[in-house]
Ligand binder design. Structure first.
Ligand code: 5GP
Length: 181
């Protein structure tokens, strides 16, 4: 299916699942090299990262721990930049190597907030692995953003964990909103 409809919006295919899996495999290989003998903690940012997190972790062969946090900050098709709160952050991150796993980095506000919260616990290192990045939407460079699956244009995407009004997270491919022409 190359075009889908979710509520009032039409979407067209952007990234097929095969392509996502291949890229995820490569990121996994890189992480296995970079974190050899370090036992990192992967922290997935819910809800959007759940599929990427699952597929990525299946590629990880180094000993590691896994957790999830939830941040409420986003509604509809535009990032508000208003961060509310992070829930479920592990409390034992002191001197640990942390890898935050995100679905998408847009303005970067969510990530800035999460990184600041994690750094309060004085971890040994903090890096970010995001499946998608919208470079043109990013408000300021994020030096911790080390692993990026795909850079995409400044457009709204859905599928593979990402939603539109709560729908579409289950789609195995990633779609972008069609512009009205
Ligand atoms: P930021 O704080 O970087 O602007 O936004 C990050 C969060 O906004 C992501 O974790 C995601 O939940 C949401 N987001 C940003 N862009 C998109 C998009 O194109 N589609 C969807 N579904 N969510 C997005």
């Amino acid at each position: 299916m190359n075009t889908i409809q979710i509520e009032d919006k039409a979407f067209e295919i952007l990234l097929e699942n095969d392509n996502i899996c291949k890229r995820t495999r490569l990121i996994g290989i890189q992480l296995n090299v970079d974190y050899e003998n370090r036992c990192p903690i992967f922290i997935g940012v819910l809800n959007g990262s759940f599929l990427f997190m699952a597929d990525l972790l299946k590629e990880i062969t180094v000993s590691c721990e896994v957790g999830f946090i939830k941040v409420s900050s986003y509604e509809g098709a535009e990032s508000s930049g208003k961060i509310k709160q992070a829930f479920g952050l592990p409390t034992d991150l002191f001197e640990r190597d942390i890898i935050i796993v995100e679905d998408i980095v847009d303005t970067g506000f969510t990530l800035d907030y999460i990184i600041a919260e994690i750094k309060k616990q004085e971890p040994a290192s903090v890096k970010v692995c995001s499946l998608l990045l919208k470079p043109k939407a990013l408000k300021a460079p994020i030096e911790e953003l080390e692993y990026v699956g795909f850079e995409i244009a400044n457009e709204f995407v859905v599928g593979y964990g990402l939603d539109y009004n709560g729908l579409g997270r289950n789609l195995k491919d990633i779609y972008r909103a069609k512009t009205v022409s």
